[in-house]
Write a protein that binds this ligand. Structure first.
Ligand code: IMP
Length: 456
């Protein structure tokens, strides 16, 4: 009988695993942080969402746009896995693998898709778009990739799962039946055009032929890596405030973004999922609808958008921009169990006269709240209570050491540590790897210092 596998979270050579999550509404710059550290891990696992996520990884002169494949793929020999909690569009995954191959990165033998992952079909995309249209003013502002409808099929137990990719006959039959149901909703409920089933089934089956060798038991592979003394990085997509349970529901994505899902999705013991590194921007952005108390619809907001190049990687949409919201961030630290923070895009705040941070909310009737409410309609009505900090005139752009930062910028980082109660162990001052400051002590800080080495 197989025993319970031994799990070592901290060993003499340092931590054995780490989870990286976004601590706001996504787009915090997780891609750069993960990319910086992924080379030190033997396996990298994505555990939630699908191709709604997106980031660009730079490797030498090459740039890779990744949506589904974990960023570890650019490092030779790293095993990359997609957990059971993901929704996988077979065509999108094949396209991404092709894009990697064109740039000389082969996924062969290194990419494993959980046989239990949910398949996202062309009709899911059509339903996502039709439902958004039907929501009118109340639309969520989804990425239009079909994520919500795919998770809905999972929850209602009619989804197709990735093991079917290895059985084209059964896949074609099941895909046709499910997409026919989707077409009925598209036509009768939304008056939308039905998806051409013949073409859609053919496309899914063609993608399946390429993906079949990559389907398997993710938990087993990760436990083997762990058992051999390897390190595992769990890569969360989106952000804590977009979590389907704990985010600003219904203006959320349809999966959990919390680190706990890493264990659930990958089928490994929760204690194997290591400390949590949260990534937060030095200000706040969100795309799509929903509460955003510190949003700035003025020249400062515009400046953040321009300087921060705040346009969606997946959809190209301009992001809503505003001040750092320490109330929402503190809540994210709590529900996600964030142990340490990576603070990104600090340089975008350079040159402002003053910088504001929301430290509480106020409900218009004199009541102050220090946590976001579960009711998003009530949340929409709240106003931020700001603490104002002096800006700084020098430049933090490209700084590689804390001593090179303007004093005001260092003070700002320390204020955020005070407000959130967790150390900032990494500060990103530009898009390049070397534009990074490692700081602070504590286990995660020390671990990062050991593994990052000297970025190029
Ligand atoms: P969906 O995940 O496409 O259903 O979109 C639901 C909400 O999550 C929308 O507000 C999206 O803009 C947001 N969202 C989904 N993925 C990302 C991401 O990777 N970054 C930022 N926002 C995202």
């Amino acid at each position: 009988m197989m025993g319970v596998p031994e799990v070592v979270v901290v060993s003499s050579d340092g931590m054995r695993s780490l989870v990286v999550v976004g601590g706001q509404w996504g787009d915090e710059g997780k891609g750069k942080v993960v990319d910086l550290i992924a080379g030190a891990f033997d396996a990298v696992a994505r555990y939630n969402g699908g191709h709604n996520a997106g980031h660009t990884v730079r490797y030498g002169e090459r740039r890779f746009a990744l949506h589904l494949v974990p960023s570890g793929i650019v490092h030779d020999g790293t095993l990359c896995v997609l957990g059971a909690g993901m929704v996988v569009d077979p065509e999108a995954l094949v396209a991404e693998i092709g894009h990697l191959a064109e740039q000389g990165v082969s996924v062969e033998g290194r990419l494993l898709v959980s046989e239990r992952a949910t398949l996202l079909l062309p009709t899911h995309r059509a339903l996502d778009l039709a439902r958004e249209r039907a929501r009118g003013q109340g639309r969520i502002g989804t990425t239009g990739r079909g994520i919500g409808p795919a998770y809905q099929d999972l929850a209602s137990r009619r989804a197709l799962r990735a093991f079917l990719l290895t059985d084209p006959g059964r896949l074609a039959e099941r895909a046709r039946a499910l997409m026919a149901e989707h077409n009925r909703e598209l036509e009768s409920l939304h008056g939308a055009e039905a998806v051409d089933l013949g073409r859609a089934v053919e496309a899914v089956v063609a993608a399946a032929r390429e993906l079949a060798p990559m389907v398997g038991d993710v938990g087993k592979a990760l436990l083997r890596t762990h058992g051999e003394g390897g390190r595992i990085l769990f890569e969360g997509a989106q952000g804590i405030l977009l979590d389907v349970f704990h985010g600003t529901y219904p203006f959320v994505t349809s999966s959990s973004c919390l680190p706990g899902l890493a264990a659930v999705s990958c089928g490994v013991p929760p204690r194997m999922v290591g400390p949590v590194l949260g990534v937060m921007k030095a200000y706040t952005t969100r795309v799509g609808g929903g509460p955003f108390p510190t949003e700035l619809e003025d020249a400062v907001g515009e400046r953040l958008r321009e300087r921060g190049a705040e346009f969606g990687t997946t959809t190209g949409r301009p992001r809503r921009c505003g001040w750092f919201d320490a109330v929402a961030a503190r809540y994210a630290v709590r529900v996600a169990g964030i142990d340490a923070l990576a603070l990104t895009k600090l340089d975008v705040l350079d040159g402002l006269d003053e910088v504001q941070v929301a430290v509480a909310y106020e409900d218009g009737q004199g009541r102050r709240l220090d946590v976001p409410p579960g009711d998003s309609e009530a949340f929409e009505r709240l106003r931020p209570v700001y603490e104002t900090f002096p800006g700084w005139s020098g430049s933090s752009a490209g700084a590689t050491d804390e001593v090179d930062l303007p004093e005001g910028a260092v003070a700002y980082v320390r204020q955020l540590e005070r407000l959130l109660g967790v150390p900032v162990v990494l500060v990103s001052t530009g898009p390049r790897r070397r534009e990074t400051i490692l700081r602070g002590d504590g286990p995660v800080g020390r671990f990062l210092r050991r593994i990052v080495g000297s970025p190029d």
